[in-house]
Design a protein around this ligand. Structure first.
Ligand SMILES: Nc1ncnc2c1ncn2[C@@H]1O[C@H](COP(=O)(O)OP(=O)(O)O)[C@@H](O)[C@H]1O
Ligand SMILES: [Mg+2]
Length: 242
């Protein structure tokens, strides 16, 4: 059974078709790269999976269960977490409090001591331990992105949806972040779908890549197959991946 199965999903905003009959799957334990030009429908796809938007057509199955149209909090409790393209922390709360809020939101009955230990371990892994008492608004871009990831991890997801977590990072930060992504899969067994514009990075880290274009799935396959696909080169890679 696939971890996630999307079948013929269509999402419209008024007259605009943001997703048109998109079908795709994600296997347990995979890292899947989701690429495509701006406006292709990538973030909308995450929003549809996370329950932010309900698709007009099609279905979404997670662990074999039909979760189409479920509200975000129920999807979250099923084990799907996502980061936002524009980080959305509570700016006046500390790093610790931001993760705590996400932790409590996940709903499991937990003892404060357990929660504290859990958060400390998440912060350490993401290199945020030294910043735990700093207001989120004071973080660098890299730290803000890692806080987004930390908040997602607090719900102990099975599937993690990363929306452009590498955007605006320098090469050192990018490779640190990629190592973290790999570790989340290898050590925690988390399945990952990442939207990314940094082609070198996404091709490097992904087992499989899916290309969206004008709301439709244009191609999918191993990184090498996708980078050599004439159609993909024409509409997307030609200009940016020389
Ligand atoms: N809430 C919304 N209301 C209206 N149009 C939207 C909304 N969200 C996205 N869109 C439109 O849907 C299309 C796909 O957007 P998006 O999924 O954000 O693309 P991507 O993440 O691939 O850049 C775009 O044309 C965008 O303007
Ligand atoms: Mg987007």
């Amino acid at each position: 059974m696939k971890l996630l199965e999307i079948d013929n999903v269509t999402k419209r905003f008024g007259g605009l078709v943001a997703l048109r009959k998109v079908s795709l799957y994600v296997e347990r334990g995979e890292i899947v790269g989701l690429i495509g030009p701006n406006g292709a429908g990538k973030t909308t796809l995450f929003n549809v999976i996370a329950g932010t938007y309900k698709p007009e057509e099609g279905s979404i199955r997670f662990e074999g269960r039909d979760v189409t149209g479920w509200p975000p909090h129920k999807i979250c409790k099923m084990g799907i977490a996502r980061t936002f393209q524009t980080p959305k922390p509570f700016p006046n709360m500390t790093v610790y409090e931001n993760v705590l809020a996400a932790c409590l939101f996940s709903g499991a009955q937990k003892k404060v001591a357990d929660v504290e230990q859990e958060i400390t371990s998440i912060l350490k892994r993401l290199g945020l331990e030294a910043k735990r008492n700093m207001p989120a608004s004071k973080l660098t871009i890299y730290e803000q992105r890692m806080l987004e990831v930390a908040r997602s991890l607090a719900i102990k997801p099975k599937l993690l949806l990363l929306d452009e977590v590498l955007a605006g990072l320098n090469p050192t930060e990018t490779s640190q972040a990629l190592n973290i992504v790999r570790e989340l899969r290898s050590k925690d067994g988390i399945t990952i779908v990442m939207i990314e514009h940094n082609m070198r990075a996404v091709m490097d880290v992904s087992d499989r890549v899916i290309v969206l274009h004008h709301g439709e799935k244009l191609a999918e396959g191993k990184p090498q197959e996708v980078t050599n696909d004439p159609e993909v080169i024409k509409v997307y890679l030609g200009g940016i991946y020389a």
